[in-house]
Ligand binder design. Structure first.
Ligand code: NAD
Ligand code: UD1
Length: 340
């Protein structure tokens, strides 16, 4: 099928483009390059052997995006395009609501106009708020604590209402847990600008000597070693989850957790990184980060039952592939100032 992938040059989108191509789909990418680089398109060609159609267009631009729908017989959409930095969303709420909510509305509107009934949406475990893990898809949406999370909850509600009014519209809301790792080729991976907010890219940059020391945000949580527990999922498993969700789309809304169902603490992840890669990661214990929960992991049984998908890669593969990508990446990342 011909699938429009919005945000297809970003971290998760690019890995999903690879798996879609491997499964015989034709990919058309739209990305405004606000958080990605054009060279990723060359990397996708290197990995898949296929040159994917690419449009540098902002998906909040209805007219420009409509031209893509007019030029291609799109049969389904995977909507990754969005801003994702939690702290930034608190500082710039309008930018987040505008980009993430209007982007979803624009793509959904064009789907209806062009008769595209298959829609896969990038949601997040953040929509559960601070409910106790394991988190089940049937739980009510929780209290989101920042504008980023709110854009995901709003987009879920909007897409749900659109399917109620358009019974042939098939939407899969995929709630990601903590995507980490990289493609095993080392050619694509997570490459955030500036100082990373998330744990794994921070760890790899400390390991590489680009940052002096990891700050472990709290060791007094009610968890086995006191540090925060999350459900890390290898980005290639996540990408395969998208292929499975797309191929099993049913009219109406379906919701799937994409996680492993297993929790790993910050210190477990750091120790696994050092054991697997033989590289030290200096760390210090710092105060808790505002907004963090102690524990967050999925009940992953629905995706296994309904999609026949489950994550296969463990923490060792995650830390190995994350490090391979970081080791292979050259250039600009050492140039930002250290903040201690
Ligand atoms: P990313 O920033 O690497 O990729 C997003 C891509 O979308 C980027 O290439 C960016 O340039 C593009 N983009 C942003 N706004 C756009 C717009 N208006 N028009 C066109 N392109 C636009 O992020 P990612 O980690 O790959 O995340 C993909 C999606 O998954 C996002 O919607 C994100 O909120 C969601 N998500 C990510 C995580 C995570 O931990 N990475 C967790 C849960 C949900
Ligand atoms: C964060 C966001 C979440 C978003 C997700 C993916 C917050 C509160 N939540 O989730 O909404 O969907 O990223 O983008 O920002 N940690 C450290 N030191 C660091 C970085 C992280 O100890 O330098 C710890 C955190 O306290 C946490 C764990 O590592 O226990 C994972 O953190 P992170 O990778 O930022 O993901 P989340 O907080 O789960």
């Amino acid at each position: 099928m011909k699938i429009l992938v919005t945000g297809g040059l970003g971290y998760i989108g690019s890995h999903t483009c690879v798996e879609l191509a491997k499964n015989g789909h034709t990919v058309v990418i739209v990305d405004n390059l606000s958080n990605s680089k054009l060279e990723t398109l060359d990397r996708l060609t290197e990995i898949t052997g296929a040159r994917m159609a690419f449009y540098r267009v902002d998906v909040t631009d209805y007219r420009a995006t409509a031209e893509i729908f007019a030029a291609h017989t799109i049969e389904g959409v995977m909507h990754f395009a969005g801003l994702k930095a939690v702290g930034e969303s608190v500082e710039q709420p309008l930018a987040y609501y505008y980009n993430n909510v209007l982007g979803t509305i624009t793509i959904a509107k064009l789907c209806l106009e062009y008769g595209v009934n298959k829609f896969v949406f990038s949601s997040s475990a953040t929509v559960y708020g601070d409910q106790a893990s394991p988190l089940y898809e049937d739980m009510a949406l929780g209290q989101t604590t920042n504008p980023y999370g709110e854009t995901k909850a709003m987009s879920e509600r909007i897409l749900t209402d659109v399917t109620k009014a358009n019974p042939r519209f098939a939407v899969s809301l995929l709630r990601y847990f903590n995507p980490v790792g990289a493609h095993e080729s080392g050619l694509i991976g997570e490459d955030p600008n500036g100082i990373p907010n998330n744990l794994m890219p921070y760890v790899t940059r400390v390991a590489k000597g680009l940052l002096p020391c990891l700050r472990v945000f709290g060791n007094d949580y009610d968890t086995p070693d006191g540090t925060g527990v999350r459900d890390y999922i290898h980005v290639v498993d996540l990408a395969l989850g998208h292929v499975a969700a797309f191929e099993n789309l049913q009219p109406g809304v379906s919701i799937f957790n994409l996680g492993t169902g297993k929790g790993t603490s910050v210190l477990e992840l750091v120790h696994a990184f050092t054991a697997e890669n033989g590289v030290a990661v200096p760390y210090e214990i710092a105060p808790r980060r505002v907004g963090d929960v102690a524990t967050c992991f999925a009940d992953a049984s629905r995706a296994a039952r309904d999609l026949g998908w489950r994550a296969k890669r463990g923490i060792r593969e995650m830390v190995r592939d994350a490090w391979r990508f970081e080791s292979a990446t050259k250039g600009t990342k050492g140039t930002f100032p250290f903040v201690r």
